[in-house]
Design a protein around this ligand. Structure first.
Ligand SMILES: CC(C)(COP(=O)(O)OP(=O)(O)OC[C@H]1O[C@@H](n2cnc3c(N)ncnc32)[C@H](O)[C@@H]1OP(=O)(O)O)[C@@H](O)C(=O)NCCC(=O)NCCS
Length: 173
């Protein structure tokens, strides 16, 4: 199938927002999605963007049943390893179900790493839910290590009240 991978523009944020929700539904966590397309526009298309996004687009003649031509995305940002230096974190990789198996996921992943390597990044990290074996297999087939298995890392998060409490406890001087 014919498709192209390109950097997202501000105008794509509604479509990215739609696919973020589709991915969250697939992950059985749609109730956790609080982001709006306006926030994506603000945070991804400002002077110091918080994220970058690539989208996969098919020609009109291959549009989805619902009429969408933007059919996948890769959403990532830059992090830093005190051991290795410049790094990327892949927050989301998604291809709409009817377009899977056409090389779009692989093309998005390759393009993210190409962008990163051009900026001197030496690693790409991401997290996958433990039941999502198709995606674990997809990444493993591309050579990814499962760090939970090989090194025992846990994925830790602060948010809500616990985050507020920590921030309130910061020294004021
Ligand atoms: C994971 C995902 C992005 C792959 O996209 P895709 O467009 O279907 O993948 P591709 O067609 O590019 O497949 C690329 C390669 O992976 C292989 N592959 C694809 N799905 C696979 C699967 N479920 N298990 C094993 N291998 C798989 C293909 O055979 C192909 O192999 P090749 O490079 O040797 O030819 C897509 O299935 C998806 O959106 N899944 C749901 C969302 C998700 O779980 N995202 C990841 C978590 S953030």
């Amino acid at each position: 199938m014919n498709f192209k991978i390109r950097p997202a523009t501000k105008q794509d944020c509604k479509e990215i927002s739609r696919m973020i929700m589709e991915l969250a539904v697939y992950e059985n966590m749609s109730d956790q999605v609080k982001i709006s397309h306006e926030e994506l526009e603000r945070d991804g298309f400002c002077q110091n963007p918080f994220f970058e996004c690539l989208i996969a687009e098919v020609p009109e003649e291959h549009k989805s049943k619902e009429g969408f031509t933007i059919v996948g995305y890769a959403f990532y940002f830059y992090t830093y390893s005190t051991w290795k230096g410049r790094s990327q974190y892949l927050e989301d990789l998604y291809v709409m179900p009817e377009f899977r198996g056409n090389g779009i996921g692989k093309a998005l992943l390759s393009k993210v790493t190409e962008v990163g390597k051009n900026k001197g990044c030496v690693r790409l990290q991401l997290s996958v839910l433990n039941w999502n074996t198709p995606s674990l297999d997809f990444y493993a087939a591309k050579g990814a290590q499962d760090l939970t298995v090989s090194e025992g890392w846990h994925f830790i998060r602060f948010d809500g009240k616990h985050l507020d409490d920590l921030a309130k406890g910061a020294p004021k001087n």
